[in-house]
Design a protein around this ligand. Structure first.
Ligand code: PLP
Length: 467
């Protein structure tokens, strides 16, 4: 099959096709779920969606409604739902061997080699990969162990607005209080300092002299954030032992698709180097082409010591959590980081195929082009919708912030999401105050689908903001 069908041939259609969802079958299934499933269920509380089938950037519900999918299973289906090029290899593998712990298979070794090839900057050609458990949180747990093991320190530094997962170590790094309440104490000496929010537009004298970037934006907020990190390492009264590592999402996802100022990640690199700490990029949401590069690190040309990956890694939604790190930190011995499910062969072959599909179909460039197209539509809309206060992101990682009277417009975003759903487009939200519309469509979303979807989204925004 070559490298699979063109992106235009992957979907149920170009336009949404819905009739007043949720229909009767969806309502019945949602009700059955409510009776038996956990109270922890979250997504269907926000969108009453019951899925029957999905292709490319489209989802069909159990009543036959076809939606355009602008959230991709929360950033997982980057090469689209049921990508035939990926699934062909996964199906073949399912009939052979599915689980091998960490015994070598052709697929495992080839996948690791491919990950090394697409790794950012100085990691490529010098990396090792470890698979632990199957989730992003598991990958974060591995990174905490890597940092502790290589520094003999146990403090952790992360950022306000961060989301790194929900297992105990990862939850210690996550900033959202609602995820943590009732589960403390978590890991000791995990500290959070401010992430620079570029919508804070204060400028100050002398910032450039602090910023390591050639193209310093001069934003006070960036200098203040870097200074806070520096003090946690270097101030004798910083309050904690020096952290073993800095964990950062190169672009904060859950925190509101927050793109940091130009010099921020380079500044973190310098501080980590000066203090013998590791710099760890959480690329779980930003990886595998999401931002128009293989990994978001590449936008700023900064090489982390390690990066965590999950979500889109397998191309199919089959779970893998992985960490890729510089070989100099490969100091642990056999069993240094383990887990039963670290040999998911169908997921590996899917991952290989997904990388090939992205390469052969130029999806990085496509993500940049279509992402810009979508952001341009929002910027146009913002000219007469005053509640839109910021449009941001890179590639197909898009955030649109809403405020009313200067305050986060939480209800507005919820209503817009519901209005989009009723009219056949699935979008998600984010932000510390839940006032950011977050768009993370499959990278195979076509220009025509982006246009059709944005017609629905813009109409929904106009309707809701006019009410
Ligand atoms: C940046 C980031 N890190 C970590 C995680 C945790 O991944 P998982 O939900 O697979 O444990 C997520 C999940 O949304 C994430 O977005």
């Amino acid at each position: 099959m070559g490298t699979g069908p063109e992106i235009y041939d992957l979907h149920f259609g170009t336009e949404p096709d819905v009739d007043n969802p949720p229909g009767p079958s969806a309502q019945r299934l949602l009700e059955r779920q409510r009776k038996v499933d956990s109270n922890a269920i979250a997504y269907p509380r926000r969108l009453p969606l019951a899925i029957d089938d999905a292709r490319g950037a489209t989802i069909r519900d159990v009543d036959g409604n076809v939606f355009l999918d602008f959230f991709a299973g929360i950033g997982v289906l980057n090469v689209g739902h049921a990508n035939p090029y990926v699934l062909e290899a996964v199906h073949d593998q399912l009939d052979q061997v599915t689980h091998t712990v960490d015994f070598p298979t052709e697929a495992r070794v080839e996948f690791i080699e491919k990950l090394d090839k697409i790794a950012p900057g100085g990691l490529s050609g010098n990396s090792k990969v470890v698979f632990g458990g199957p989730s992003g949180s598991d990958a974060i747990e591995g990174s905490i162990k890597l940092a502790k093991h290589n520094t003999d320190r146990h403090g952790l530094l992360a950022f306000e607005g961060a989301y790194h997962g929900t297992t105990a170590g990862a939850l210690s790094l996550t900033a959202g209080k609602s995820y943590k309440e009732g589960y403390s104490p978590l890991l000791a000496d995990a500290v959070h300092v401010p992430f620079p929010d570029p919508t804070d537009s204060a400028f100050s004298e002398g910032v450039e002299s602090f910023c390591p970037a050639d193209n310093c934006c001069g934003k006070d907020v960036c200098a203040r954030a870097l200074d806070a990190v520096k003090r946690k390492f270097e101030s004798p009264y910083g309050g904690h032992e020096s952290p073993a590592a800095i964990w950062v999402e190169p672009i904060q996802g859950e925190g509101g698709v927050v793109v940091p100022p130009n010099g921020f990640l380079k500044g973190l690199r310098d501080i980590a180097d000066d203090n013998d700490a590791l710099l760890i990029f959480d690329e779980i949401q930003t990886g595998f082409g999401r931002t128009g590069e293989w990994f978001a690190a590449e936008h700023w040309d900064v090489t982390p010591d390690a990066m965590t990956m999950a979500k889109a890694i397998s191309g199919s939604g089959l779970p893998i959590g992985a960490m890729l790190y510089h070989e100099e930190f490969d100091t642990w011995g056999p069993g240094g980081h383990v887990g039963t499910f670290r040999g998911n062969v169908p997921a590996f072959v899917g991952g290989i195929r997904a990388i090939e599909y992205v390469e052969e179909h130029n999806l990085l460039a496509h993500a940049r082009a279509v992402g810009s197209q979508i952001r341009d539509r929002f910027r146009e809309l913002a000219e007469d919708v005053e509640e839109i206060t910021d449009v941001r992101g890179k590639g197909m990682f898009i955030g649109v912030e809403f405020r009313e009277g200067g305050k986060p417009a939480v209800d507005l975003v919820e209503q817009i999401q519901l209005e989009c759903y009723r009219n056949g487009v699935l979008v998600w939200y984010a932000g510390r105050d839940k006032n950011v519309l977050r768009l993370i469509p499959p990278l195979v979303l076509t220009e025509e689908q982006a246009h059709a979807g944005m017609n629905v989204i813009c109409a929904a925004v106009r309707r809701v903001t006019r009410d």
